[in-house]
Design a protein around this ligand. Structure first.
Ligand SMILES: [Zn+2]
Length: 368
């Protein structure tokens, strides 16, 4: 959460620039124009939202306009922070903190104890390296009857295949390493890369193999990874296509790429409009539609592109959006009304059969 002192320091920086009439504006020399769509290069576009502000961490100054590309339907900010100035938007970002001790898989209050046992049995069968307890050996077979539980379990393991001996996994933008730890427990030789030095230090302090670096110039060796994962990162990048090209370079032939990002066409975006949690201005520079994401992956050499159900994420995202609509700080308790809870549940069920209809896009692809 933003302290009073932090607000003061941001305002002081703004006041140093005499061209800024409003101290809460983003520094003028820290802005850049986006002349064409960052995904497809199209120049025809429509305005989606005007005057978006940071109502999640309340640390980024400025008001932002989101456009939708008429060709690939992605959303993008114009103008946007320059790469040199974007750090101003991350003053209070949550990946700074150390990862929590491993609690395997999401806790879900609606899943009864018995279902957890079956789910653990399912995952133990998927990953022989795992020995989750309590578990039941029928879990793998019975998950056909519990598709939402399976979708959530698969999301938690990022739809990964069972690792062959010595399989290397790189989690790019790993924060302080929570998923690196999980991938290690699945049997992968897992590592992470993160641009935030505080988060790297926190992860290393927990004994995790992560290092400092960023996309698109990771400095990592070509063709060295069996799997690369990228969770909630691509929407933060100035040049998402360059990042995808770099990931393609890092993978071995046939290697697997897993990605998750907010869905520009999410029902929650339609419902909450400028208050939708997925917008997160100005840290989210590009918001993908399914069409834009497929196009970007194809243009950078990926094949076997398959969208996966994002899991039961709608209720969390809708609750966060409701909090934003009330201009309430992070951590403020928000209870989603029963009608919205039902709608969010319906969305999660729909995304089981139509994976691009959820709040997030989750995709698996291969390096050809
Ligand atoms: Zn486009």
């Amino acid at each position: 959460m933003v302290s009073e002192n932090k607000n003061d320091s941001i305002q002081a920086r703004g006041q140093e620039n005499s061209s800024l009439p409003n101290p809460t504006e983003w520094p003028f020399d820290g802005l850049e124009k986006v002349a064409s769509c960052p995904v497809c290069g199209g120049t025809e576009r429509s305005t989606v939202h005007l005057g978006l502000t940071d109502r999640i961490f309340f640390c980024a100054p400025g008001a932002w306009t989101l456009y939708r590309c008429d060709t690939c339907h992605c959303g993008y900010l114009d103008p946007r922070p320059t790469p040199q100035a974007i750090g101003l938007a991350y003053a209070e970002y949550y990946t700074h903190t150390a990862p929590q001790e491993e609690v395997f898989l999401s806790s879900s209050t609606f899943i009864g104890r018995r279902l957890v046992t079956l789910r653990n049995g399912y995952l133990n069968a998927r990953f022989p390296h795992l020995a989750l307890k309590p578990s039941h050996r029928l879990g793998f077979r019975l998950m056909d009857y519990f598709p939402q539980t399976r979708a959530l379990a698969e999301r938690d393991v990022r739809h990964l295949p069972e690792p062959v001996a010595g399989a290397r996994l790189m989690d790019l933008g790993c924060g302080s390493g929570a998923f690196v730890r999980r991938a290690l427990s699945l049997g992968y030789a897992a590592e992470g890369l993160e641009f935030d030095s505080q988060a790297v230090a926190a992860g290393i302090g927990k004994g995790l193999p992560i290092r400092e670096g960023s996309l698109p110039r990771t400095g990592l060796e070509s063709g060295s990874y069996d799997v690369v994962t990228l969770s909630q990162v691509i929407e933060h990048l100035h040049d998402p296509l360059a990042a995808l090209q770099e990931i393609h370079r890092l993978l071995k032939p046939g290697g697997v790429f897993w990605l998750a990002t907010p869905n520009m066409d999410a029902p929650g975006h339609s419902h909450f409009g400028p208050d939708w949690r997925g917008l997160e201005p100005p840290r989210h520079l590009v918001l993908f539609s399914a069409k834009a994401l497929r196009l970007a992956l194809e243009r950078t050499g990926f094949s076997d592109i398959e969208f996966k159900p994002p899991g039961a994420v709608s209720q969390w995202l809708w609750s966060s959006s409701l909090r934003i609509s009330k201009n309430a700080r992070l951590g403020t308790p928000i209870e989603l009304p029963s009608d919205l809870t039902k709608l969010a549940g319906r969305e999660d069920r729909l995304s089981l059969t139509d994976p691009v209809a959820g709040e997030e896009l989750v995709v698996v692809a291969r390096k050809s």
